[in-house]
Design a protein around this ligand. Structure first.
Ligand SMILES: Cc1cc2nc3c(=O)[nH]c(=O)nc-3n(C[C@H](O)[C@H](O)[C@H](O)COP(=O)(O)O)c2cc1C
Length: 267
């Protein structure tokens, strides 16, 4: 249902045209988060294909330090939605997945093989697991979008990790790092391609450039927010700055202690 060409999608991302047409990349450039889903089902067999895509992602040292829990039972889905800032897309998507940082499986496997998995409490293995989970998820996302579905990541899964642990019966060493809604978009989903920073602001040559300007992006985002019905002349810097002011942490301000209590990041 989203049908922008490569060139149209590029223009919506960057505000100007591409240097060259690469039509094959259009499906990737068309991504937008979908927050309104239709009730069209996504069969289990299709989902198995998407999981295979996720598992085909590269994974550090083949450790596969992530797991996925799908939540389809309506009551449990409702509970997840409530724990995740009451977001309706969690209720409505054909599928909801909790992506998990998972040290438990490797700990058990290592112990079974007579190894000491004590090193798992290094921050390195937490970082590795987060990267693994994200790579797997994004591959699943690309596959779903390629098949005409829409997605919405749910960072709010981290708002109350203890309640999520209880609800999904997560053992120690497992952390719900983000959620993912997948389904067919509603006809009136109104999901639009969201502008991004121009490439020179994020792609530096040889050395980092701390002077890369974001003013031009602020202006494009100001117009985009207006088109979305956001009141006031808000820019990306203003809105994103508020997100990181430390006063809008929605429960995640205690994450460090919680993770350490679970055995993550102790050294
Ligand atoms: C890890 C992660 C967590 C996110 N959490 C949420 C969320 O809880 N709720 C939501 O509506 N969107 C969430 N998003 C979607 C972002 O807001 C969205 O990707 C961003 O605004 C860019 O828009 P786009 O995906 O439409 O390009 C999340 C995205 C990521 C990558």
């Amino acid at each position: 249902m989203f049908e922008e060409t490569f060139s149209q999608a590029w223009r919506l991302r960057y505000g100007d045209g591409p240097p060259v047409e690469v039509p094959e990349l259009a499906p990737l450039l068309r991504h937008r988060s979908v927050r309104k889903f239709s009730d069209r089902p996504v069969p289990e067999e299709t989902m198995q294909g998407l999981i295979a895509a996720a598992q085909s992602a590269a994974t550090s040292s083949n450790l596969q330090l992530y797991s996925i829990v799908s939540v389809q039972e309506p009551e449990r889905r409702e509970n997840i939605a409530k724990l995740c800032a009451d977001q309706d897309q969690i209720r409505d998507a054909a599928w909801f997945f909790a992506f998990l940082v998972d040290h438990c499986r490797l700990r058990t496997a290592a112990e079974g093989a007579g190894q000491d998995p004590g090193g798992l409490d290094y921050t390195e293995f937490y970082t590795m697991a987060v990267v693994d989970a994200a790579l797997a998820a994004e591959r699943m996302v690309c596959a779903a979008e390629f098949l005409g579905m829409g997605i919405c990541y749910i960072g709010a899964l981290r708002n109350d990790p203890e309640a999520i642990k209880e609800l999904l019966k997560l053992p120690d060493g497992v952390f719900g790092v983000f959620g993912l809604c997948i389904g067919y978009p509603a006809e009136d989903s109104e999901a639009e391609i969201r502008p991004r920073l121009r490439q020179h602001a994020i792609w530096f040559r040889e050395e980092y450039n701390a002077d890369a300007e974001t003013e031009e992006y602020d202006e494009r985002m100001r117009s985009f927010y207006v088109s979305e019905g956001v009141k006031g002349a808000v820019t990306w810097s203003m809105r994103s700055g508020r997100r990181v002011d430390g006063f809008h942490m929605t429960g995640r301000e205690t994450q460090k202690e919680w993770l350490e209590g679970q055995g993550f990041n102790r050294r």
